[in-house]
Design a protein around this ligand. Structure first.
Ligand SMILES: [Zn+2]
Length: 111
C-alpha cells in the first residue's frame, strides 16, 4: 500500500492495483494511472485561481488593447461561452462588438 492515489470518484484511500488498473473497493470505480504526461489535462485558471472550463462566462479585469486596432476591450466586459485553447492566449471567444478574440486567462475572472 505504498503511494497509490485516492479514488477520484469517492476519495477512498483503500484503492488497490489490479494489473494496470487501479480499483476502488468502496465505489467500484476503475481507472488507469497515467504517469508523467499530463499535457492533455492542462488546467487553465482565471485571475483568482478558479479553474476555467469550456462554455464558462468570464469578465475582463483590465482594459485590453486589441492587437492591430485602436479598439480596447474595457474592464468589466462580459464574455460568454469561452473555449480553452493552447498557447499564450489561452481563451478563444467572441465578444459583442469585437468579434472573435483571444484572451489571456490571467486577465479574466469567472462569473
Ligand atoms: Zn471510490
Amino acid at each position: 500500500m505504498a503511494d497509490l492515489p485516492n479514488c477520484p470518484e469517492c476519495h477512498s484511500q483503500y484503492t488497490y492495483e489490479d494489473g494496470s488498473l487501479l480499483v476502488c473497493p468502496e465505489c467500484a470505480h476503475e481507472w488507469t494511472l497515467e504517469t508523467g504526461n499530463n499535457e492533455d489535462e492542462k488546467i487553465i485558471k482565471d485571475a483568482n485561481g478558479n479553474v476555467l472550463n469550456d462554455g464558462d462566462s468570464v469578465t475582463v479585469i483590465k482594459d485590453l488593447k486589441v492587437k492591430g486596432s485602436s479598439l480596447v476591450v474595457k474592464i468589466g466586459t462580459k464574455v460568454k461561452n469561452i473555449r480553452l485553447v493552447d498557447g499564450d492566449h489561452d481563451i478563444d471567444c467572441k465578444i459583442d462588438g469585437f468579434g472573435p478574440m483571444k484572451l489571456k486567462s490571467e486577465f479574466v475572472k469567472k462569473v
